[in-house]
Design a protein around this ligand. Structure first.
Ligand SMILES: Cc1cc2nc3c(=O)[nH]c(=O)nc-3n(C[C@H](O)[C@H](O)[C@H](O)COP(=O)(O)O)c2cc1C
Length: 362
């Protein structure tokens, strides 16, 4: 076990860091096909808070991943769940049994899930993209929120991070982790100034040595500029920020019917990969349709998306062309280790705070 967490730096003891039990107020978010045991363990071991992505794992894979993180660190970590997964309650039971510190969600879980987590001492931290969503989940009793602004990676809302964080801060009395566009200590200090209790980063952690994404795919992200990302609904019906590729352009141009048949075909292939039977996929899809009010064509696209994303992010087939990213990829040009990254962010934060203090004294 190699816990390289460094107590040398000031810890910026925010309410968020206290809640998560970490040295640094920095969360590595759950990213499907990206945040596996290696990345999550490295983050937690280095003093941040790592989150395993489980929406793209089978139950057995999630169980094995939790054990792997535990073998590498005794620091706290979390698991990202999809609230509309048919076995979500079983996964919640697993988190309780394994004493996982926190469950995060891309979309708000229902009251039942939140209550069960709380009764059993597991923290609940959904990602929200609008003030009213923060208010709703606060009322339901969540412990913290990740407020993700428009520039953030994957599914994302309309409000820029700088405005969302302030709105959410005013609306709810909970620890808030600002997400969308962060990569540096300057950004961390800016988030704290806006009222956040820390930052949550996806893309920056995707672009580290420990992330499991193939090297030539990481190189594609490093090449992207801030103008090379796009928010599209053409992948699964919901706005999602990705690198603009020729596949994305083709999807944007193609008709709903073409997308539907391509999606249905890929959904079948996905059922083989995740070990979900086609029947279960259908049951899950119907539940999703009911919860999220999707049309049949959107539903088929939603089922299709993980398949294409897996082909791009895991198999490294760049022609599959679905590379979820934050706009921040445009300012990232190297692949540090997670420990180097966290150290750098904390020392930049320290320098920035000193610079601001000098402004006051001059
Ligand atoms: C490749 C990728 C996959 C993602 N998958 C998920 C996911 O499975 N669940 C989730 O809650 N958020 C997911 N997200 C969103 C991130 O967790 C995070 O909120 C976002 O990346 C923050 O913005 P940033 O990339 O600017 O740091 C994903 C983002 C990326 C880039």
């Amino acid at each position: 076990m190699s816990d390289a967490s460094s107590a040398k730096r000031p810890r910026l003891r925010t309410r968020g860091a206290e809640l998560l039990g970490v040295d640094y107020p920095i969360v590595q978010t759950g990213m499907g096909w990206v945040s596996g045991a290696r990345l999550t363990a490295a983050t937690s071991a280095a003093g941040g808070f790592g989150i395993l992505a489980s929406a793209t794992m089978t139950y057995a894979e999630l169980e094995a991943a939790i054990h792997k993180v535990r073998e590498r660190t005794d620091k706290p970590f979390g698991v990202n769940l999809r609230a509309d997964q048919t076995d979500v309650m079983q996964r919640v039971d697993l988190l309780i049994r394994e004493k996982v510190k926190l469950a995060s969600f891309a979309q708000a879980p229902g009251r039942k899930v939140i209550e069960k987590l709380k009764e059993n001492g597991v923290l609940c931290m959904p990602t929200i993209g609008a003030r009213r969503h923060a208010e709703k989940v606060a009322e339901w009793g969540v412990d913290a929120v990740i407020a993700q602004g428009h520039e953030g990676g994957g599914h994302t809302g309309n409000v820029p991070t700088s405005l969302l964080v302030q709105e959410v801060r005013r609306a709810v009395d909970l620890p808030v982790f600002a997400a969308g566009g962060f990569h540096s200590g300057q950004g961390l200090v800016a988030a704290l100034a806006l009222g956040a209790d820390g930052i949550a980063m996806g893309t920056r952690f995707l672009l580290t040595k420990e992330s499991q994404v193939p090297e030539h795919v990481k190189a594609e992200y490093l090449r992207a500029t801030v103008n090379d990302t796009i928010v599209t609904r053409a992948i699964d019906g919901h706005p999602q920020r990705v690198i603009r590729t020729s596949m994305i352009d083709a999807l944007e141009r193609s008709s709903g019917l073409v997308r539907f048949f391509r999606a249905a075909w890929n959904a079948l292939k996905l059922s083989r990969i995740t070990g979900t039977s086609f029947r279960n996929l259908l049951v899950e899809g119907l539940a999703m349709r009911k919860h999220q009010d999707l049309s049949w064509s959107q539903l088929a696209m939603a089922a299709n998306a993980p398949m294409l994303t897996k082909a791009s992010m895991v198999d490294g087939k760049l022609e599959a062309g679905i590379l979820p990213t934050g706009q921040v990829a445009g300012v990232i040009d190297e692949l540090p280790t997670v420990a180097e990254l966290l150290e750098r962010i904390m020392s930049e934060a320290e320098e920035t705070l000193a610079r601001l203090r000098r402004l006051e004294n001059d």
